[in-house]
Design a protein around this ligand. Structure first.
Ligand SMILES: C[S@@+](CC[C@H](N)C(=O)[O-])C[C@H]1O[C@@H](n2cnc3c(N)ncnc32)[C@H](O)[C@@H]1O
Length: 164
């Protein structure tokens, strides 16, 4: 199946005088909105990655909001993202030329069990679920279990802003 990714700018309604309407980037994959760069989403991403440190593996690129925050964090020494769709990388890296970090195009579930990628991280971040298709507790549990063997001693797993 061909995957087409594009970024479209769209207005999002604000919520009162201190939260005006916003013109934001939406990431569309095959004409479906997958991620959006609203102030609410940025706050959620910042909350998710606030304790990140050391060598960081991120599952899912989206609009690279968390990657940008991680790259600016002095406690973080490296950032690598595993993203399933090359089309997402191609379209987003045009926008994020200076700060996307390293990347691998692969399904994270394959990556986590592939011995060629047996490296160890201080922080692993799982955020492959779009805001419109929130993960259930079973998926978070599955991710924690699969990612655990890639942690350095004392390492941590941080999950998406919609963790349950
Ligand atoms: C919610 S977005 C990630 C948001 C990102 N943390 C940010 O700050 O912009 C989810 C991303 O995960 C990707 N994705 C979904 N399933 C995946 C999988 N199985 N393996 C790797 N990436 C996946 C999607 O293509 C999408 O780019």
């Amino acid at each position: 199946m061909t995957i087409k990714a594009e970024i479209r700018q769209e207005w999002v309604m604000g919520d009162g005088p201190d939260k005006p309407d916003e013109l934001v980037d939406f990431l569309y994959v095959n004409n479906r909105p997958l991620h959006w760069d609203t102030s609410l989403e940025r706050a959620g991403q910042a909350e998710m990655v606030k304790d990140a440190r050391g060598d960081v593996l991120v599952a899912g690129y989206g609009l690279g909001i968390s990657q940008r925050i991680l790259m600016d964090n002095p406690k973080v020494t490296s950032v690598v993202t595993v993203e399933k769709y090359k089309a997402v990388i191609d379209v987003c890296f045009k926008r994020d030329e200076d700060w996307h970090g390293g990347w691998v195009v692969m399904d994270i579930w394959d990556f986590l069990k592939d011995e060629r990628y047996d490296r160890y991280y201080d922080t692993i971040i799982g955020d492959i679920w779009s805001g419109s298709i929130a993960a259930d507790a079973g998926q978070y549990k599955r991710f924690r279990k699969a990612a655990a063997r890639h942690l350095k001693p004392g390492g941590q797993i941080l999950m998406g802003p919609r963790d349950v």
